[in-house]
Design a protein around this ligand. Structure first.
Ligand SMILES: NC(=O)c1ccc[n+]([C@@H]2O[C@H](COP(=O)([O-])OP(=O)(O)OC[C@H]3O[C@@H](n4cnc5c(N)ncnc54)[C@H](O)[C@@H]3O)[C@@H](O)[C@H]2O)c1
Length: 250
């Protein structure tokens, strides 16, 4: 993988930061993108301190002009993109009958349109190279459903469906599309905020105890699946939903 370039969105923190660090350890140069470039400093410094190459990029993933500018900056500094991890996303909890058009729309804008925009901007590099890997971080909420999360589950379900459709469309051009739907990954901004909002630490303890794997997940669990899906060895794997959830959805 050495010499290839990866772009990871939402890589300032949590799962995205772990994916960026892992891909850099695998030998890729990494574009570390988040809503503000200044937020990416920690991830970029960690990669450089470990001897890797990284650049901080700022863009709202659903704003095409900002994404165009960030990807142009990445191409100019590190080269064309071979691996894309669509990880940036927002959570949300809202009873369905109280859900406004604005709340629904913002969820779709970031989680689904954002992945559409970034993928469309980056994909020509992979088409030109005849090789590429796209890994979409969706959610177990799309597989199993989640109370008060109709908008979030629908946005991630759309991401899973888009992954499968693009696997068909771009497989002949050497590009694989897969999705990792996590559940219960701690040590991220999103999970810390969600667990605080839920005010139900006992329910979380009960979920851990219920297993099958009796621990919470950590960002490195997702990063190792992403690392494999990005690798040369995963070239016969496309259109797949690779659950990294401690067996909570089987
Ligand atoms: N943590 C979990 O348990 C869990 C479970 C299922 C799915 N996921 C998914 O995994 C992904 C990462 O989650 P996390 O827990 O690491 O969250 P996180 O909040 O720690 O990280 C998400 C990052 O995305 C960035 N971001 C948000 N909106 C953006 C936008 N419009 N443009 C650019 N960047 C934006 C945030 O600034 C943040 O740095 C998300 O897509 C989330 O839905 C997480």
């Amino acid at each position: 993988m050495a010499g290839r370039v990866a772009l990871v969105t939402g890589a300032a923190a949590g799962i995205g930061a772990a994916c960026a660090r892992q891909l850099a350890a695998d030998g890729l140069a990494v574009g570390v993108l988040d809503i503000e470039a200044s937020r990416c400093t920690g991830t970029v410094e960690a990669i450089r301190a470990a001897g890797g190459k990284a650049v901080a990029l700022g863009a709202d993933i659903a704003d095409r002009a900002q994404v165009n500018a960030a990807v142009a900056e990445l191409r100019a500094s590190l080269g064309p993109v071979a691996v894309l991890v669509n990880n940036a996303g927002i959570p949300g909890f809202c009873p369905f009958l109280e859900m406004t058009d604005a709340v629904w729309g913002e969820m779709m804008r970031v989680n689904l349109t954002g992945a559409f925009v970034v993928t469309q901007v980056v994909l020509p590099d992979m088409v030109a190279a005849g090789w590429g890997r796209v890994i979409n971080i969706s959610s177990m909420a799309a597989q199993k459903g989640a109370k008060d999360m109709a908008h979030y589950a629908a946005s991630k379900g759309g991401m899973i469906a888009m992954t499968k459709a693009l696997a068909h469309e771009f497989g002949p051009q050497g590009i694989t599309f897969n999705t990792v739907p996590p559940r219960f990954i701690t040590q991220t901004l999103m999970s810390d905020a969600s667990f605080a909002a839920s005010k139900q630490p006992l329910a979380l303890d009960a979920e851990i105890a219920a297993g099958p794997i009796t621990r919470a997940g950590v960002p490195a669990d997702i990063a190792s699946a992403v690392s494999w899906l990005a690798s040369e060895g995963a070239g016969f794997v496309t259109g797949q939903v690779i659950g990294v959830n401690g067996g909570r959805y089987i």
